[in-house]
Design a protein around this ligand. Structure first.
Ligand code: SF4
Ligand code: SF4
Length: 167
């Protein structure tokens, strides 16, 4: 969805957003019921309820081998050579729109904001990123209404690209 500002070849060299430090476990995408049902190793996932919707959390917590806070545990769907192994239909929307995020503000409204951690998108002028956010806003809102677990709490400092009061 972000092909206009994010090249596959650049992501293939990076993979930063598919591995997680302990402090970043909140960033791990939740898995939909549909995708969970396709998994052979169901014990690797924990059923949870977020914002009233059932989803599944990848249990990466036990994958760290050291006490180093900089150690990263890869997403279960990451192949070191091929990248994400999910097809477009199964891939969580939050991965498709990363580093954009749908977030809820303290005032109860919603924003599409930019995570500041993607090196490639940080090189793109913010106004161009905003136009991309505007172009996908409707689709993101529809998806978030059905799968509200993709909504994160807004974090101060994340540039806000679009704002809306309701999903
Ligand atoms: S952090 Fe950005 S450049 Fe790196 S893989 Fe993710 S989207 Fe691509
Ligand atoms: S589901 Fe795919 S794109 Fe999303 S974090 Fe995992 S490997 Fe990366």
């Amino acid at each position: 969805m972000l092909g206009e500002i994010l090249k596959r070849s650049v992501c293939a060299e990076c993979r930063f957003c598919c591995s997680f430090r302990r402090v970043s476990l909140w960033e791990v995408p939740f898995v939909s019921e549909e995708l969970f049902k396709k998994q052979p190793d169901k014990e690797l996932f924990e059923k949870i309820e977020v914002r009233g919707a059932v989803c599944y959390r990848m249990i990466l917590d036990n994958d760290y081998k050291t006490e180093d806070p900089g150690e990263e545990a890869p997403c279960f769907f990451l192949d070191p050579q091929r990248g994400c192994t999910l097809n477009d239909e199964d891939k969580p929307l939050d991965c498709k729109i990363w580093p954009l995020r749908i977030m809820e503000t303290d005032k109860g409204g919603y924003v599409i904001a930019l995570s500041p951690t993607c090196p490639a998108v940080n090189r793109v002028p913010l106004e161009r990123v905003r136009r991309v956010a505007e172009s996908i806003e409707n689709e993101v809102r529809i998806y978030a209404k059905k799968h509200p677990y993709i909504i994160k709490k807004y974090i101060d400092g994340y540039p806000i690209l679009t704002e809306f009061d309701e999903l």
